[in-house]
Design a protein around this ligand. Structure first.
Ligand SMILES: [Zn+2]
Length: 214
């Protein structure tokens, strides 16, 4: 998939088709896959025991460097195992869009490097708590930080938020605003620098005026 606005148009189409109806998650996944056919995106749903009884769904994305069965982008609807049906709200489509944007950014990073397998700019990070070490190492990874800064800027642009509203953006509030800011401050600054730059580019391009607001 090349174009983010293409993805947006497809998601809008599904959202309009469903309207205020309740649909099974199965049907939703089916619609998503049909709409994105030919764009190397595959949607699936997966139960998560940790969400049991919460009634919640969340989204997770995966980008593969190499095509497998002509799929590059996997988007997984992680759900409460007891949940069969839902009324997909605007928020869910927005999140799907942002996860897609994140994964598309990974594809762009690869293109930018001309598909060379270079060593990623890995910054060693140590912490005695293994969970913190893993999470922060992941978040400060060169490509991940770049993708998250892009995703966050896009969300802020769509929601018309400014840098003063960072706490309203999920990625910033918990992942970068807490974990990274606390444990790897210079990477927090790097994140903010990239975020600001992306926001600037987005507002200069005029993207979102009319197209993304509804
Ligand atoms: Zn990523």
């Amino acid at each position: 998939m090349k174009n983010l606005s293409q993805a947006k148009a497809r998601l809008d189409r599904i959202q309009a088709k469903i309207g205020k109806r309740e649909v099974t998650i199965r049907a939703l996944v089916f619609m998503l896959n049909r709409e994105f056919r030919g764009l190397r995106v595959k949607f699936e749903s997966r139960p998560d025991p940790e969400l049991r009884g919460s009634g919640l769904v969340s989204l997770s994305g995966l980008f593969s460097r190499w095509d497998s069965d002509n799929v590059r982008f996997n988007i997984i609807i992680v759900r409460d195992p007891l949940l069969r049906k839902l009324k997909p709200k605007k928020h869910l489509f927005m999140e799907t869009y942002l996860v897609l944007a994140h994964e598309l950014r990974h594809a762009y990073q690869l293109r930018r490097r001309k598909y060379r397998r270079t060593r990623r700019e890995v910054t060693p990070f140590h912490h005695k708590n293994k969970d913190i070490k893993e999470e922060v190492s992941y978040l400060i990874d060169y490509d991940e930080l770049d993708s998250y800064a892009y995703e966050a800027a896009l969300e802020m642009h769509l929601r018309k938020l400014t840098l003063r509203d960072l706490h309203k953006v999920g990625t910033c509030r918990i992942m970068y605003g807490q974990r990274v800011k606390q444990h790897a401050f210079k990477h927090w600054k790097r994140f903010i620098r990239k975020l600001t730059k992306n926001l600037q580019t987005l507002s200069e391009s005029g993207m979102g005026s009319g197209i993304h607001r509804r």
